[in-house]
Design a protein around this ligand. Structure first.
Ligand code: HEM
Length: 117
């Protein structure tokens, strides 16, 4: 059986990298200060540069660019105050949504490292 949230077309991923990013370093990978766009989930940093319609300037989910987006993804929230790495206080259903997003990203985007928030 195909894994949950498998992409329709197979995505070939690079071996994961293990750079450690501070929050400030991660924030530069927002598609503006740098052409690269990174989004982290549960401290794992994904390179989403290939999807500028979602994460580039003016994109639907640009609020998450250069950030650990865990809370916003868990809560299905695009509010700026939710675009952060705090999720331990969330209810089980939202933690489940967060894990689903982790699975979705893991099958589409290269891992660049972790964020040391
Ligand atoms: C009216 C509400 C919404 C609509 C109609 C909508 C629509 C969509 C569509 C069509 C896609 C697929 C894009 C594609 O594969 O090309 C998508 C992906 C996505 N949506 Fe939404 N969305 C909505 C709300 C939200 C909210 C509130 C969040 C907040 C977490 C969210 C987060 C995402 C993310 C992270 C993706 C994945 C983008 C990727 O492929 O990396 N969406 N959405």
């Amino acid at each position: 059986m195909a894994p949950k949230f498998a992409p329709k077309e197979p995505v070939v991923l690079d071996p994961p990298q293990s750079t450690v990013f501070s929050r400030a370093e991660l924030s530069r990978f927002d598609g503006v200060q740098s052409p690269q766009i990174y989004v982290a989930i549960k401290r794992t940093v994904f390179d989403v540069t290939k999807n500028p319609k979602s994460y580039g300037p003016g994109g639907s989910y640009a609020i998450f660019a250069g950030k650990d987006a865990s809370r916003g993804l868990a809560k299905s929230s695009l509010k700026p105050e939710d675009a952060n790495e705090v999720y331990a206080d969330l209810p089980a259903n939202e933690l489940g949504v967060l894990d689903d997003w982790y699975s979705y990203f893991s099958q589409r985007y290269n891992v660049m490292g972790t964020v040391d928030v």
